[in-house]
Ligand binder design. Structure first.
Ligand code: SF4
Length: 231
C-alpha cells in the first residue's frame, strides 16, 4: 500500500562506511535531517580522518557541528564513541563488522555506550545494505497508529515486534516510506487523515476526517534523509 502511494525507494549503489554512519546517527539526534547533514559535512570538511576528530579539542568539534544543535553534548558523544570504537576494534574503523551476521553486529555496536538498537539497525541498513528495519520514534508512532505493533510502548519493543512482519528484502523501502508517510501525512501533531490512504486500517483513536476535506500537503520538501546522504 505504501509503495503504491509513495513509490518504491531505491537505495544508492555505493554505501558509506559503517563508522561514518554511526557518527552521522549521533548528529541526527534532536534535529532535522538538513541541519544534521550540514553538521556532518562541516565536521568531515574540517577533519579529514576520524582519528583527527578523536584527537581534536572539544571546542573545535563543537564549532564544526554547532549548526546541528546540541553541539556540546554531541561533541562529547562523538569523542566517546570514537574512543570506544578504537578500543573495541583496534582503530577508527568498523570494517570488521562486515564479516559478522546482523545479530552479532547489533550485539557489538550496542556495547558502545549510547548506541541502541535503533542506531545499530541504521548502521546495518544504511551502510551495510542489510535487510534490517530501524525503528525510531516516528516509525514507532506510525506502527502503533496502524496497529502493526499492538501493546508496544517503546521503539525497542516495536522493533522486536516488527521483525517478523517485514517481507524479505523490504526493510529499506518500508522504513523509508514510513518516514516519508510520517512527514507528509501521519505527522505527530495534526495528521492529515483527510488524505490518508490507510485511514480504513488505522486504529488510532485520534484519527479524524473533516466533513469538508481541508487542504493537506503532499509536499516532498521534507523527504531529504540524512542517512541516505552520508558520504
Ligand atoms: S488515518 Fe490519520 S492517524 Fe491514521 S495513519 Fe492515517 S494520517 Fe495517521
Amino acid at each position: 500500500m505504501l509503495e503504491t502511494s509513495l513509490g518504491t525507494p531505491v537505495q544508492a549503489a555505493t554505501l558509506p562506511r559503517p563508522l561514518d554512519m554511526l557518527i552521522a546517527t549521533i548528529l541526527s539526534q534532536n534535529t532535522n535531517d538538513k541541519n544534521s547533514h550540514r553538521a556532518y559535512t562541516r565536521l568531515r570538511k574540517k577533519y579529514k580522518r576520524w582519528k583527527d576528530v578523536a584527537d581534536a579539542p572539544l571546542r573545535g568539534i563543537i564549532a564544526a557541528i554547532r549548526v546541528g544543535g546540541m553541539a556540546n553534548q554531541k561533541s562529547v558523544r562523538i569523542k566517546g564513541t570514537l574512543a570506544a570504537v578504537k578500543k573495541r576494534f583496534g582503530g577508527y574503523s568498523l570494517a570488521a563488522l562486515g564479516k559478522m551476521d546482523s545479530n552479532a553486529v547489533i550485539e557489538n555496536l550496542t556495547r558502545i555506550d549510547g548506541v541502541g538498537i535503533k542506531t545499530a539497525s541504521c548502521v546495518l541498513l544504511f551502510s551495510m545494505g542489510r535487510d534490517v528495519f530501524p525503528v525510531d520514534t516516528h516509525v514507532h508512532r506510525i506502527c502503533g497508529r496502524l496497529g502493526l505493533a499492538p501493546g508496544c510502548t517503546t521503539p525497542e519493543k516495536t522493533s522486536h515486534s516488527m521483525k517478523s512482519l517485514i517481507p524479505k528484502g523490504k526493510a529499506y523501502s518500508f522504513h523509508t516510506n514510513l518516514i516519508r508517510f510520517g512527514r507528509r501525512i501521519c505527522r505527530s501533531n495534526n495528521p492529515a487523515c483527510d488524505i490518508c490512504p490507510l485511514y480504513e486500517t488505522c486504529v488510532f483513536s485520534g484519527k479524524r476526517r473533516s466533513n469538508h476535506a481541508r487542504r493537506a500537503t503532499l509536499s516532498t520538501d521534507h523527504d531529504f534523509m540524512l542517512l541516505d546522504n552520508v558520504t
